[in-house]
Ligand binder design. Structure first.
Ligand SMILES: [Zn+2]
Ligand SMILES: [Zn+2]
Length: 191
């Protein structure tokens, strides 16, 4: 079960093209220019039951669904409890080369980690969902690789003791969130 490489979007880090392919239970989305890469697990039933040739974005909305389950505290593999953390290397500087603060949601039962960018932690915050809705965007249809681009987000580490990560989201209006070491929102403000 596989799907040949095809262009699905523009890269949020550079002006490159994101190319998606599917192989052996994994969806890979790679930028042809800056080398940004994402690999997401996706069971073959997705490719069998849906016409992903026609609609490859389905693999991205599936990945967003898994991310949502995980950030709400249920491991995407075993349903065990999940803890959010800021990846240590991210605490050493404000952002990485791609302007992201790398975070991990790790299952305390099976240990499966889910690495993503800090913006993911606020995607389903009611005020973000509402802002997207006002802009005519249904957040449930956003493929995982388009989250930071749609939210036009900026991420930075403000403090490492205690850990404070700031995420600014701009969709018409601007929202600023402050996350703690477990990626919970401790405050937000709307411009
Ligand atoms: Zn790129
Ligand atoms: Zn687990």
């Amino acid at each position: 079960m596989s799907l040949d490489s095809r262009a699905v979007d523009k890269c949020s880090n550079c002006n490159g093209t994101l190319e998606l392919r599917y192989e052996q239970g994994h969806t890979a989305v790679d930028c042809d220019s800056c080398g940004a890469t994402r690999i997401m697990s996706a069971p073959p039933i997705l490719v069998v039951a849906h016409d992903v040739e026609e609609n490859p974005e389905l693999l991205g909305t599936f990945a967003t669904t898994q991310l949502q389950q995980t950030i709400r505290g249920f491991c995407y593999l075993c349903s065990g409890p999940v803890e959010g953390t800021v990846v240590d290397s991210s605490l050493d500087s404000e952002t990485d080369d791609s302007g992201n603060v790398k975070v991990a949601y790790e299952c305390t039962e099976c240990g499966a980690p889910f690495y993503t960018a800090a913006t993911t932690a606020v995607l389903d915050h009611p005020v973000v969902v509402s802002l997207l809705h006002d802009a005519g965007i249904d957040y449930r249809e956003i493929p995982s690789w388009r989250i930071t681009r749609i939210l036009d987000s900026e991420e930075r580490v403000n403090d490492d003791d205690p850990v404070r990560v700031e995420v600014t989201v701009t969709v018409d209006d601007e929202l600023t969130f402050v996350l703690d070491e477990n990626l919970d929102v401790v405050e937000y403000s709307r411009e």
